[in-house]
Design a protein around this ligand. Structure first.
Ligand SMILES: CC(C)(COP(=O)(O)OP(=O)(O)OC[C@H]1O[C@@H](n2cnc3c(N)ncnc32)[C@H](O)[C@@H]1OP(=O)(O)O)[C@@H](O)C(=O)NCCC(=O)NCCS
Length: 146
């Protein structure tokens, strides 16, 4: 069942996040505490919206992010999107994206965007959900220390 994400869901979402992103293809090194802080920080953003697919009390998928005002309406950035390792490939991600973008549409969002690795399974998945890779833009960063 698809549910609006609320802070009471933080423990379950933290488990889902750590399990998913510490596994291939990302093989991140999240601790539970870091993941919990990240998810809580996102939930506290102005204009936060998120949905979780909850089965038997356990979140098996989540999508979350925040809207930002632009001159042509509200733009929404998806900051996290994942499906539990044991539930991948069952259509949960596609259904979650459909329901979430319908929900954003009803909230008056005019564009949705996100960052992911080029030529990754993430890009392949989002292309199938109707997203386009924007070749005119680049992501820039500057790192400090080593
Ligand atoms: C990417 C992810 C969200 C996909 O969720 P999912 O529930 O497994 O995807 P679905 O079963 O709904 O698949 C929907 C479509 O995307 C395709 N797809 C799903 N995972 C894919 C992958 N790893 N590589 C290529 N295509 C993929 C499916 O083949 C399916 O295509 P179809 O419509 O032609 O049948 C999930 O694998 C995941 O959580 N991965 C780890 C976290 C992550 O990468 N998040 C997104 C990038 S930050």
């Amino acid at each position: 069942m698809m549910k609006r994400i609320t802070p009471e869901m933080l423990d379950g979402l933290t488990e889902l996040f750590v399990e998913t992103f510490n596994a291939p293809p990302w093989n991140d090194l999240w601790t539970r505490e870091q993941a919990r802080t990240r998810l809580l920080d996102i939930m506290k953003r102005p204009k936060f919206l998120g949905l979780a697919d909850v089965r038997d009390g356990r979140p098996v998928g989540m999508v979350m992010g925040h809207a930002e005002q632009s001159y042509d309406g509200l733009h929404f950035q998806i900051l996290e999107f994942c499906v539990a390792n044991d539930r991948k490939g069952q259509g949960i991600g596609a259904e979650m994206m459909k329901q979430f973008t319908d929900y954003l549409d009803k909230k008056g969002i005019t564009a949705v965007y996100l960052l992911t690795m080029r030529s990754s399974s993430g890009e392949d998945f989002y292309l199938k959900q109707g997203f386009k890779t924007i070749s005119e833009m680049c992501v820039m960063s500057k790192r400090y220390g080593t």
